[in-house]
Design a binder for this molecule. Structure first.
Ligand SMILES: *Cc1c(COP(=O)(O)O)cnc(C)c1O
Length: 399
């Protein structure tokens, strides 16, 4: 007989396939979609109880939708968190968390190498409401310690970083957060729970852009926050009231995407590792940034806290921006785009796209040099990915 109470014994691969689906009376095998904005009641009394929260049940899809709840339960199980709240995008997951937890005068300490829109959100929008952010080097725990103050309420990090694959020591950051009475939030976009579970390492909150690997096939935009019940109740309040909710259709896509998460992430890692080693010995490449390489400064730390090294890597080619553009323009299969987390391999020139808004000084501080190329390795044949990059790199070497 079907029995969800066994869930505690399930491994990650099983949870990704089976957690969170509560069958309806139709006894469907695959997770259904409920594309309905609202729900009806048998009586005025039932409506009153459900609106008042005395009885659990669906009310309105801005905050209660069965398809969205399936995705939330599944992702919470994978991250090892008590509760998950899904949002319309990764950015609205970050915004909802900030609105839930912070007030005027509070401070955030964040890693310097963050997704571009996250920096704009923290500086331009939260800054407007008297919430200030200090940025520190991701892997330098002493810098974090120096930056916290009695007003610090949130530590925020993306690890590994994009595009240089820098790694933060999550248990050390969690200990620091505890000491200063702040919460630690980790943006787990690049590794997903298949490769890293920040809550088990001591983080209070995990943030996702589901747009990336959780879907994994570039079909939908969405996000999520995972953590303890009491904190997530506050985040839920923001989403319920302010409205950055996930659509049932997108929630269904992500739920089905999760079913292949482990398989995909392992394959992404394998392709990325092979490519990193090949790039590392190519004469047109000065340097490869990938935490899976033994020479990477945080390789040992990455090995300790991650189950894999992910599939986003940076490499610096000879010839500065001209060289980088030549390699990018010589590709015929790779997608030239800023996106990542897709079965299709993407290639980007960070200095003029994703990090283009930074000043020259900020770029230099973040290690975004003119010759840097970022590849988010997909699931095409490794041979074909390599051949596509070899065309430009071999030509560069011959110059
Ligand atoms: C894409 C991304 C985001 C933002 O997510 P959206 O779904 O695009 O809003 C946040 N953090 C990281 C690390 C990302 O890659």
């Amino acid at each position: 007989m079907h029995d969800d109470s066994q869930q505690d014994e399930w491994s990650l691969e099983t949870l990704a396939i089976r957690a969170g689906h509560q069958r309806t009376f139709e006894q469907e095998h695959s997770e259904p979609i409920f594309p309905t904005s609202s729900f009806v009641y048998e009586s005025a009394a039932e409506a009153a109880r459900k609106f008042g929260g005395q009885e659990a049940g669906n009310v309105y899809s801005r905050f209660t939708n069965p398809t969205v709840h399936t995705f939330e339960r599944r992702l919470a199980a994978l991250e090892g968190g008590e509760r998950c709240v899904a949002t319309s995008s990764g950015m609205s997951a970050i915004l909802s968390t900030a609105l839930a937890l912070l007030s005027v005068g509070d401070e955030i300490v964040a890693s310097r190498s963050l997704f571009g829109s996250t920096v704009s959100l923290l500086d331009k929008y939260l800054g407007k409401f008297g919430i200030t952010t200090r940025y520190v080097e991701l892997s330098n725990i002493a810098a974090w310690e120096e930056a916290v103050s009695p007003a610090t309420k949130l530590l925020f990090a993306e690890t590994p970083s994009n595009p240089l694959s820098e790694v933060a020591d999550i248990p050390a950051l969690a200990a620091l957060a505890k000491r200063c009475g702040a919460l630690l939030a980790i943006d787990n976009c690049f590794l997903t729970p298949a490769l890293q579970q920040p809550i088990a390492l001591g983080a209070d909150l995990v943030i996702h852009s589901a747009t990336k690997y959780l879907d994994g096939q570039g079909r939908a935009v969405g996000g999520a926050v995972v953590g303890k019940h009491d904190i997530l109740e506050e985040v839920f309040g923001v989403v319920r009231t302010c409205g950055p909710c996930l659509s049932p259709f997108n929630a269904w896509i992500f739920t089905k995407g999760l079913e292949t998460l482990s398989l995909r992430m392992n394959a992404h890692c394998e392709n990325a590792m092979t490519l990193a080693r090949w790039l590392d010995q190519h004469p047109a490449v000065n340097k490869v940034y990938y935490s899976g390489l033994e020479a990477h400064p945080q390789h040992a730390l990455a090995k300790r806290q991650q189950r894999g090294f992910g599939a986003v890597l940076g490499f610096e080619v000879k010839g500065g921006q001209a060289g980088a553009w030549q390699v990018i323009d010589a590709t015929r299969m790779l997608s030239i785009t800023g996106n990542l987390g897709d079965v299709k391999t993407t290639i980007t020139h960070p200095a003029t796209t994703t990090h283009g808004r930074l000043s020259e000084d900020q770029k230099a501080a973040a290690g975004i040099t003119p010759g840097l190329v970022r590849v988010a390795v997909g699931l095409e044949s490794q041979v074909d990915i390599q051949r596509d990059l070899a065309r430009g790199l071999d030509a560069l070497e011959a110059q």
